[in-house]
Ligand binder design. Structure first.
Ligand code: 1Q0
Length: 207
């Protein structure tokens, strides 16, 4: 994993990580989940300094979860939730550094990713429009005005659709689009299972 993290971004790596996430028992494994996120963050970092306020936040959240993963040896999101809920829902809500609230933020961002990738696949050439639409339908409702404003400004600096397909590093534009089609259901699956898990435990509004 350390060696893989060094090279240029490849969408295949991210796809593989999210594919590895879901077990037969419909658990979401933490290690490939975080590995998928590390790949996405690397991609975001390659887009330049305009996005660093976003990547910094994502890096901090992944680091928090990595630390908890090392400390408690959680295998899955399910075991993390179970462990933190054992202290009681009120105690969990009071913690600004819980794994659950941190996962919830990444989880909402995963919905953004799913929508954005669907948009890229659809052929719409204006990535900033795609990105803004995906953001407004997902993360935006959880962000204060100032963050929404900064995000919307950053989206204007996004590369073109063709450039996006190229940085995915999977060959021609057609091949990149095909791989998006392969990746989106895996990401959707991880999103759906996590959404159900958090809904079941009433954790979808953790402060
Ligand atoms: C490609 C453009 C990337 C656009 C990412 C969209 C997300 C915008 C988010 C902007 C807000 C970030 C600033 C911090 C916000 C936090 O306040 C917020 C809440 O946390 P807290 O602790 O204050 O309650 N944090 C979040 O909502 C988490 C945001 C994480 C965003 C992670 C985005 C990772 C994106 C990776 C780039 C993927 C590129 C996709 C194309 C791949 C195809 C090859």
């Amino acid at each position: 994993a350390a060696a893989a993290a060094a090279g240029p971004f490849s969408l295949r790596e991210v796809l593989d990580a999210f594919r590895r996430c879901v077990t037969e028992q419909r658990e979401v494994l933490l290690e490939p989940y975080l590995s998928g996120w590390r790949g996405l963050i690397r991609f975001l970092q390659s887009l330049g300094a305009v996005f660093s306020f976003i990547s910094k936040d994502a890096v901090a959240k992944v680091a928090l979860l990595e630390a908890q993963h090392r400390q408690h040896r959680f295998v899955s999101l399910q075991s993390l939730v179970q462990h933190e809920l054992a202290a009681g829902p009120a105690a969990l809500r009071a913690r600004p550094d819980s794994g659950c609230r941190t996962v919830l933020r990444l989880h909402r961002a995963l919905r953004w990713l799913q929508l954005f990738l669907e948009g890229l696949r659809s052929g719409e050439p204006r990535t900033s429009v795609l990105c803004t639409d995906a953001y407004n339908a997902s993360l935006a409702q959880h962000h204060p005005w100032v963050v929404r404003k900064a995000a919307t400004v950053a989206f204007c600096a996004l590369p073109s659709r063709d450039a996006f397909l190229e940085i995915m590093n999977v060959g021609s534009a057609d091949e990149a689009v095909a791989m998006l089609g392969e990746a989106i259901p895996y990401i959707g699956d991880v999103y759906g299972i996590t959404q159900e898990l958090f809904a079941e435990h009433k954790l979808l509004d953790l402060p």
